[in-house]
Design a protein around this ligand. Sequence first.
Ligand code: URA
Length: 235
Amino acid sequence: MRIDKFISESGIASRKEASAAAKRGGVIVNGRVVKDLSEHIDPEKAEVSYLGEIIEYQKYVYILLNKPEGYVSATEDTALPVVTELLPERLRKRELFPVGRLDRDTVGVMLLTNNGPLAHRLLAPKRHVEKRYYFKCAEPLAPFAEDAFKNGVTLADGYECKSAEIIPDPDRLGGVIVLTEGKYHQIKRMIAALDNRVTYLERITFACLPIAPLPKRGEWRYLTEEEAEYIEALG
Ligand code: URA
């Protein structure tokens, strides 16, 4: 990896700033002053110091976003805003992508990472990663909703959902749903199969996340060390 890329991805300085600092002798790689930042290093082995500060290289980045309404769970879209636009420039350079999808109007917990193999494993159907949602619906839930979810709701296209849990609010106009799979529009279609309609949907947990407090809607934070360890262990 080029040294200027390494420095700018760490967020400590832009490539331009790094290049200016390097000319003044501010970049030291493995004890040697480096003036030409187009040189390549092994990011996992090199010790890079920028203006006296050692840069810790993070191969994988884990971000917890509280997704707001109106954003597409993707890294690009021709017409609509995408979740990665909510991240600062230095993180966008790290090629993060959302782990799994939430609909444009769904809000809440979303994990973004550049750890492709882990994302793949977390989304694998046999992994059974648990996701918890809070929802509101247009009509009170049918009295048989709990049993229907437990036995596996059959969607309009004939797909039989795995056994899931629904914990209705006392007025039955919403509640919590716990799923271990993630089909397209799954909750909306499950509620539709009960002749009802979702009016609000928020993911409140994804696997073990969050352990530390969730950022405000539209905001993000890095996973804590504990959260990153848990999520890596799950994959
Ligand atoms: N189920 C849905 O219907 N939509 C989501 O965004 C997530 C789960």
